[in-house]
Each structure stands twice: as structure tokens, then as C-alpha cells.
Design a protein around this ligand. Structure first.
Ligand code: AMP
Length: 433
């Protein structure tokens, strides 16, 4: 069979690489892909942007694609699944209506409130009804969020009331385009963040392995928020008890609520959670797709057939599905272009990829592109080097062994990915002794 992966980042490289391992798959098209997907066995890049839904549907029909998996949120929120389904094409992801869970934070907060799912207290405003006195009455810091998709940049944590008012005014004034025409003002939550990702078919959900990512750019969780600078799986914070709470208090009521409201969900559902000191799993956000870079370490550990899993979900047959995981830990370190997430340079030649390819672990590409015989940088997040090991510390060593042999001028990466998990594991070991 032939499979199509929509997108061109590190997440899509990992999804395509994993699909190619299925014995039933002859070829995996990646639209548009990157320099890494171009080099993989069974993979073929297709020069169609992820946003050109009509051209993607035409391609899938013409080339007999049996399954399409959508990586990024934008085509899902724009309705790629509805368009494929209208042509009788199998496309794994939520419909446009169900993808609103990521497409509109105001909708999602109201949904969470309606279904009594734990989340931060909030209020929403438009330019017409914005009330600065509401913000002045909130405890600091205050979180201000643009309602719509803003490529991970639409969330500001403001330390003063005046900064929060100014941020909300700027968003409402158009600094985020239509995404900011509604703002959500939210209570700041304390705790530890985890990602909980499930494969969903209506009310049925199969959890993927747990993971945790690092959103801040610099060591010690400093610097600006990014799309993610590294991730590891499993997340030692998610004990079996917490796993059960997340399913009972977040996943199950969410899926039930979506069905009851006439927007049943199919696809990957990613819950970004802040675990409060008392263990309450507060929802920070939902994403209607896999996370990047969490996908890279998670799929390194998945032993089951990803294509069969997506097909089972599309058939509504997830009950009884058990996924098989490599018991080892996986850890991914993102290498980014200097200056990311603000302005950064592209076109720098990358060296050492051939050396890395002979080492254990795996380098997934994101913002890369072939230029003659060289591979050059072509985006903010350039690569994700993933190591495996008996514990997070061993996976971390393997990942950084890959990072150390890869070079380009102005490369930047965090040196502490996984350190918190390693400290936690050591503390647990000490407790047991
Ligand atoms: P979001 O896109 O809503 O997940 O927000 C991006 C990041 O901002 C999250 O991963 C958190 O680190 C942080 N954040 C968002 N909302 C809150 C909140 N209410 N309290 C504390 N941190 C938050």
C-alpha cells in the first residue's frame, strides 16, 4: 500500500520513517518533506505544501494512496479531513469541527467548563467588551492568550497588570491577525507540565507512551518559549495513579463531550497538562495532532505498526488494541538555528550527518534542504537527535553523542534536556533504598 504524510518537520520525518517500517507499506509520500525524508528508504518527497488541501487530495486520489496521516494542525483546522472524506479518501485526523479544540482556545475553555474538566479559571474578551479592570483584579502573574493558531507564540505570561493589559490590547488590536480578535485571560497555574497523547476513535482511546518536552529555548528553562527544544519518553512523573486520573478526569469526559455535542473525534489528541501539587491534571491546551518534538522519542519506542493503528482508529476498532513499546527510554535534543525562535539564518551547510548516521540512535530532520551535494539549514528547528538507553540518563548520553558530531555555524541547542527526569528518577531510587 501507499501512504501519504502531510508536513515537512521532524514530527513528519518520524511518522513517515515509522510507517515505512510496516511490512504492508510499499511507499510513503511526504508532502513536502525535508532533506532527511528524501534520503530514507521507501520515502519520496512530493512538492506540495501542507496547506494546499486541494492538490493533496488530488494527489492522493491519482496515486492510489490508501492512508493519509496529517502532521501539522493548520490543515486539520482548515478541514483537510472533511475534504479527503468527501472524495472517499482515508485521512487520519479530526474533522474541522473537532479540530476546533486546538483552533480556538476560547471554544476549548468554554468546552472544558461545560464538561467540568479541570483547567485554569479564565475569561474571554473581544475588542468590544475588553475590560482592563478584570485583569487588574487578577492575581499575578496573569496569562494572556490569543484565541486562534499562533504557531506557539500566542501565550504571554505577564508579571504586571499593566503588561497584561498592554498585551491583551496589542492582540485585540491585530498584532496576531485574526488569531487575536478574541483573547483568553487565564489564572497562572503552578505545577509540572506533561504531554498526554492518545489515539482516538469516538469514545475509544489508546494512550501513547508518556512524554515531557522542554519549551524554553535556553538551559535551566530560561529564555523565550519555542515550539520545543527537546523531549523524552517515558515521563517518570506520570505514575499509574496519575495516568488513571488523566484518563478519568480529562480524556474520557472530553471524548464523551465531543460526541454529545455532535463533533466526535478521530485522530491523535494531545493534552498539554499542568499537574498541580495535589495531582489535579489541569488542561492547559489541546492539540489536534502529535507534538513536535515529543513524536520523535515516542515513535522511537513504538514497536507496534503505526499504519495498522491509524487504520484501526479509522474503522472505529480501537477497543482491545494494546500497543507494544520498547522498554528503554528515548530522548531527543533539538538543534536549532542561532536566533531561533526570533529571526534566524538559513542556508548554512550542515556537516557530520554522515558520521551521525553510523552512530546508534537516529537524527530526524526538520528545517533542512538539499543544496547541490550538501544539506543546508532551512528553518528554525533544524534537527532532532534521538538516543535510546536503559534509562533517561543513558538515552541522554546517546543523543548528545549524536549532537556533538553535527555542526553548522550558529547551531544552538540545550545541554540539559532530560536533567529534571534524571534527578526525579534518582530521588525515587533513593526513596526506595
Ligand atoms: P499553551 O499553548 O496554552 O499550552 O501555552 C503554552 C505554554 O505556556 C504552556 O506549555 C505553559 O508552559 C504556559 N502556560 C499556558 N497557560 C498557562 C497557565 N494558565 N499557567 C501557567 N503556565 C501556562
Amino acid at each position: 500500500m501507499q501512504v501519504l504524510i502531510v508536513g515537512g518537520g521532524g514530527r513528519e520525518h518520524a511518522i513517515a520513517w515509522k510507517c515505512a517500517q510496516s511490512s504492508r507499506v510499499d511507499r510513503v509520500f511526504v508532502a513536502p518533506g525535508n532533506a532527511g525524508t528524501a534520503l530514507e528508504p521507501k520515502l519520496e518527497n512530493i512538492d506540495i505544501p501542507a496547506g494546499d488541501i486541494g492538490a493533496l487530495a488530488d494527489f492522493a486520489a491519482r496515486r492510489d494512496v490508501a492512508l493519509t496521516i496529517v502532521g501539522p494542525e493548520a490543515p486539520l483546522v482548515a478541514g483537510i479531513v472533511d475534504r479527503f472524506n468527501a472524495s472517499g479518501l482515508a485521512c487520519f485526523g479530526p474533522t474541522r469541527a473537532a479540530a476546533r479544540l486546538e483552533g480556538s482556545k476560547a471554544y476549548t475553555k468554554e468546552f472544558l467548563r461545560r464538561h467540568r474538566i479541570p483547567t485554569a479559571r479564565f475569561a474571554t474578551f473581544t475588542a468590544q467588551n475588553f475590560d482592563p479592570d478584570f485583569i487588574r483584579g487578577e492575581r499575578l502573574p496573569v496569562v494572556v492568550k490569543a484565541d486562534g493558531l499562533a504557531a506557539g507564540k500566542g501565550v504571554m505570561i505577564c508579571e504586571t497588570h499593566e503588561a497584561a493589559i498592554e498585551t491583551a490590547r496589542r492582540m485585540l488590536g491585530g498584532s496576531f491577525g485574526a488569531a487575536g480578535s478574541t483573547v483568553v485571560i487565564e489564572e497562572f497555574l503552578h505545577g509540572e507540565e506533561v504531554s498526554f497523547i492518545v489515539v482516538v476513535a469516538g469514545d475509544q482511546a489508546v494512550p501513547l507512551a508518556t512524554s515531557q518536552d522542554h519549551k524554553r529555548r535556553d538551559d535551566g528553562d530560561q529564555g523565550p518559549n519555542t515550539g520545543g527544544m527537546g523531549a523524552y519518553s517515558p515521563a517518570p512523573l506520570v505514575t499509574p495513579e496519575l495516568d488513571a486520573r488523566i484518563r478519568r478526569e480529562v480524556i474520557e469526559p472530553t471524548l464523551r463531550g465531543l460526541r454529545l455535542e455532535g463533533t466526535p473525534y478521530t485522530g491523535f489528541l494531545y493534552a498539554g497538562l499542568m499537574i498541580a501539587p495535589d495531582g489535579t491534571p489541569n488542561v492547559l491546551e489541546f492539540n489536534c495532532r502529535l507534538g513536535d518534538p515529543e513524536t520523535q522519542p515516542i515513535l522511537m519506542r513504538l514497536k507496534s505498526d503505526l499504519v495498522a493503528l491509524c487504520e484501526a482508529a479509522l474503522d472505529g476498532a480501537l477497543d482491545g488494541v494494546r500497543l507494544s513499546w520498547d522498554p528503554r527510554a528515548a530522548l531527543g535534543v533539538v538543534m536549532a538555528a542561532g536566533g531561533y525562535p526570533e529571526s534566524y539564518r538559513t542556508g548554512d551547510a550542515i556537516s557530520g550527518l554522515d558520521v551521525a548516521a553510523r552512530l546508534p540512535g537516529k537524527v530526524f530532520h526538520a528545517g533542512t534542504q538539499a543544496s547541490g551535494s550538501q544539506i543546508v539549514t532551512a528553518g528554525g528547528r533544524v534537527l532532532c537527535a534521538v538516543g535510546l538507553g536503559d534509562d533517561v540518563a543513558a538515552a541522554q548520553r546517546q543523543a548528545y553523542d549524536l549532537v556533538r558530531v553535527i555542526h553548522w555555524s550558529s547551531a544552538q541547542y540545550r545541554r540539559d534536556i532530560g536533567n529534571r527526569a534524571i534527578a526525579r528518577s534518582r530521588a525515587i531510587t533513593r526513596e526506595k533504598e
